[in-house]
Design a protein around this ligand. Structure first.
Ligand code: DHB
Length: 300
């Protein structure tokens, strides 16, 4: 038996494969055996309903895509009433991603969800598309540490801080999350991007700019995970352009304790289970008995 399990705070996941926020939902269960993955992460939930940005909201790029959804969601109360039951009926742990305009916003959402059966929180301090909704908390280490420590006091559940690559130096921000009491950091969120339609000379997205994701960002994501894993004692969750088990293994070797699948869900909703199976096969072939032997096993 190969032990693929990993821990985030007091949460034990059966393997290191998670589905990233905004790229999946309960409907994913129609196409993929979600009991084969470690966890699913919801689209960001805000305290009040958020309408989102003007369409078009997505567009393809070479090796990836741009999106600017604008954090559309029904607000916490409606999320708990209408959406959460479908998530909790899935056979996999549910982590709720939270975005807010203020410290109080994050804390109130965390408190409201603390008594539900969710397995933890991912705190979005890195949305590239909505001014005032989160990103302000992810750029200054002092602000991020204070926010993290306040959320820490509001919930007993594991907290993952999702970091942005759109910063000058990511290491002090990862430190701040750790010092504030986060159980893990996840990175990278999307990179700022733009696409122009040459016929109309206008942007392809209604919001003008968007967040870039997909295989084209994998080297950037690996770089940031490498930097953060060097300075963090808490688990680092790698995100960015992972489409197969080899991509996932690169992140693990560099120091990620777990990974998230994002854009790949849109073209192959079964990517998560396939990657979990691929990692297991690799371990079998290499004589790896415990995934911990692989994590951070880089030789440089
Ligand atoms: C959105 C939020 C994100 O955190 C992201 O990386 C991309 C898009 C959004 O809702 O617009």
């Amino acid at each position: 038996m190969i032990d693929l399990s990993i821990k985030i705070g007091n949460l034990k996941l059966k393997n290191p494969v998670m589905l990233a926020s905004g790229t999946c939902g309960p409907e994913q269960a129609k196409f993929a055996k979600l009991e084969k993955i470690g966890a699913i992460i919801t689209k960001s939930v805000t305290l009040n309903p958020t309408i989102g940005n003007l369409p078009p909201r997505t567009t393809e790029t070479v090796g990836g895509m741009l999106n600017s959804i604008g954090l559309e969601n029904p607000g916490t109360e409606k999320f708990i009433q209408d959406k959460l039951p479908d998530y909790l009926a899935l056979n996999t742990p549910v982590i709720v991603n939270v975005a807010a305009q203020s410290q109080e916003g994050y804390i109130t959402v965390a408190r409201k969800l603390n008594d539900t059966d969710i397995s933890g929180f991912e705190i979005n301090v890195s949305c590239p598309n909505v001014k005032g909704l989160g990103v302000e908390f992810g750029k200054d280490p002092q602000v991020l540490e204070e926010l993290t420590s306040k959320i820490r006091k509001a919930t007993s559940k594991p907290i993952i801080i999702k970091l942005s690559p759109n910063v000058t130096d990511i290491q002090p921000l990862a430190h701040a999350a750790e010092n504030g009491g986060a159980d893990a950091v996840s990175l990278i969120n999307t990179l700022y991007g733009l696409k122009i339609n040459l016929e109309t000379k206008t942007p392809e997205l209604g919001n003008i700019t968007g967040g870039l994701s997909g295989p084209c960002i994998k080297p950037v994501a690996l770089y940031y995970v490498y930097k953060v894993a060097q300075v963090c004692k808490i688990p680092v969750i790698g995100i960015g352009g992972i489409i197969n088990y080899k991509d996932a293994l690169e992140f693990l070797v560099i120091g990620a304790s777990a990974i998230q699948i994002g854009t790949a869900n849109f073209f192959n909703p079964n990517t998560g289970p396939e990657i979990a199976a691929g990692i297991k096969n690799y371990c079998e072939q290499q004589g790896v008995k415990n995934i911990q032997e692989l994590i951070g096993s880089r030789k440089f």
